[in-house]
Design a protein around this ligand. Sequence first.
Ligand code: NAP
Ligand code: G4F
Length: 325
Amino acid sequence: MTKKRALITGILGQDGSYLAEFLLSKGYEVFGMVRRSSVERYDRIAHIKDNLTLLQGDLLDQYSLTQAVKDSDPVEVYNLAAQSFVPTSWNQPVLTGEFTALGVTRLLEAIRQVSPEVRFYQASSSECFGSAKPPQNENTPFHPKSPYGIAKVYAFWITVNYRESYGMWNCNGILFNHESPRRGMEFVTRKVSDGVARIKLGLAKELRLGNLDAKRDWGFAGDFIKAMWLMLQQPRPDDYVIGTGIANSVRELCEVAFSHVGLDWKKYVKVDKKLFRPAEVDYLVADASKAKRVLGWKPKVSFKQLIAMMVDADLARLKANGGKK
Ligand code: NAP
Ligand code: G4F
């Protein structure tokens, strides 16, 4: 039997690595699009790299996207590539729009020209909701608060528009924050898990953070990528909110992470006004009842288990490599 073929953009990222593992376990032939770099950055997929086919391409470059779709000839495309760090979107607003918004149109055009029957997943974000009243679901109006959130709103609607204009099989997964030991170091959960591990091992004395009052619905990335796949297995394309339904503040995140290693967070966390954002998203929490009802999806890992997993992984990493990043 021929294997199902899937193309993942952003395969070197947190979600890309978990999704690639998952699709391989389902028997897929997995292609990953990576942008050219002068150094190899395969840390997250090193353990599965020999089972993947990597294709060079960039969201800025129409030809390379068309070629990636031609070369992989996929039945499913997962568009996970993006400039995904919210603060960077104020420093590089135009580039964020090029990658995270227009990049989606370029990829959809490539699919429309080459294989319009492809099932397409777009990595939409709870940042689209911004200041909308919690809990947020598929009917909640968007009110984004950052150039990143605004780019993701464009990406959401162009995905819907190509479905409505051309009958393409496009889904948006509106995912709330999801984390793991593979999370980028600049995101707050990983910054905290790494900071706690460093303080515990005597490698650092304090942890500087921004707004401790912000609330997020934090889940485990390994749970969330299953929802992406489930969306593409349905009889019809649709859009779904994915989250745990439980919010915690950054302050609560600190309490849980420090207490996991027997420390009192108040002795180590320093608030640094320079880390506050020009506009903040105060409170995101998912109403994922549609995903539960239609996809049968629900998360397995709790917030406390997630943070314990991340702190333990950073402790193990720092012990093994003598405190290097
Ligand atoms: P991530 O770790 O930052 O990974 C993003 C990937 O996109 C990286 O591999 C990056 O490549 C690639 N990329 C960036 N610009 C590109 C370009 N111009 N051309 C080709 N590839 C490019 O993000 P993630 O956490 O896995 O998130 C995956 C997707 O879900 C993103 O679209 C993100 O915005 C979205 N999302 C994430 C969350 C979350 O909580 N994690 C929630 C909602 C939505 P390099 O490795 O070369 O940098
Ligand atoms: O971890 P964060 O940087 O994630 P944020 O901004 O919520 O964005 C992430 O989730 C989105 C889904 O909602 C994704 F679309 C996006 O790609 C990304 O994955 O910040 C979370 C909260 C913010 O309110 C921030 O102000 O933590 C607060 N925070 C407080 N101190 C901090 C810090 N955030 C970071 N990154 N660093 C701090 O020192």
